[in-house]
Design a protein around this ligand. Sequence first.
Ligand code: NAD
Ligand code: WQD
Length: 340
Amino acid sequence: MPSQGTVLVTGGAGFIGSHTCVALLDAGWAVVVLDNLSNSSAVAVERVEELSPGDLTFHRVDLRDRAAVGAVVDERPIDAVIHFAGLKAVGESVVDPLRYYSNNVVATVTLLEVLREREIRDVVFSSSCTVYGDPANVPVAESAPLSAASPYGRSKLFIEEIFRDLAAAEPGWRVLLLRYFNPVGAHQSGRIGEDPHDVPNNLMPFVMQVAVGRRDRLTVFGGDYPTPDGTCIRDYIHVEDVAAGHVAALDALDRIEGCQAVNLGTGTGSSVLEVVQAASKAVGADIPFVIGARRPGDVVATWADPSLAEELLGWKANRTLDDMCADHWRWQSTNPDGYR
Ligand code: NAD
Ligand code: WQD
């Protein structure tokens, strides 16, 4: 397939990054991965190459190392950048905020300075539904008020503001801020997936580690919320749909001007108990759980209004919660210890 161009993918060894690399290679892009492997494994990159042989190069580089980032960008002409690299553990960000501001915000400024020097101005950035804080209305549209409840969330909000300021100050930047809801699942092959290095903070990886026997049971954080079954509601989205959203976003950059935020969600909410039920069906066994205390800071219910993504990117999610659980289980059961 003829090359669509070359895209620099920061954080390309990570969960969403690795799936996106497969989708980009499948679509005919040449891919340059830049990752310091602080929360990922080089094996993920090898498996990306196995799933979609193509033009991929990998550089183990920290984004804050300006000279090293410049050297990667100077190695070959870069047409666009997808910027995934960052830390994402909400609790850790509360304990060590400077690490988050350095690794997420400072690193992004360094990247943008390197890009500006070379007149590379097409960027797709990994933002998050966390920038909506506790939304007053659901489904949440991009025009909803923004706020943040943790240093992690603020790092995303600051980066969004930096992009908005930059695009307002300098013509030529074309930036899509993709606000993901809750990416879960794994590549359908079961060869790549999410591999949390510590105890998972997120629901689906925890559920799947219980299913595979690495943990005894799930604690459901709160069973007395004002929702139909008393548990919180989220918009879970298959990581392969998220990956496809990035390919669509790159194609859409030609059609936008300045900086634009776009939700990547399904538009449907599922409760914690609905996820447990769907996971049990995929696994073929009950997932043991207990109802515990509420987790401080949890939003009760949120899901996306995904209509702008369809309008602007021509993209919409089409995989179901059952697909997410089946694919996540295929990855977890065939790689019980992740990439180790
Ligand atoms: P991940 O941790 O699997 O991937 C992030 C990658 O970035 C890792 O490979 C890590 O090694 C790399 N990295 C981190 N700091 C770096 C640095 N300074 N230099 C170079 N590489 C660095 O996480 P993910 O789930 O794939 O998330 C990707 C992006 O999407 C993140 O920015 C995250 O905040 C955002 N996001 C994730 C979710 C989610 O639920 N997974 C939701 C919304 C937004
Ligand atoms: C989902 C639901 C928990 C674990 C995170 C980030 C946020 C954004 C989206 C990145 C909640 C419940 C969880 C467990 C449980 N990511 N749960 N037992 O809360 O939407 O937020 O992902 O930008 O910043 O914080 O996702 O997967 O942590 O939780 O009951 O062991 O599962 O209370 O209701 P969340 P999550």
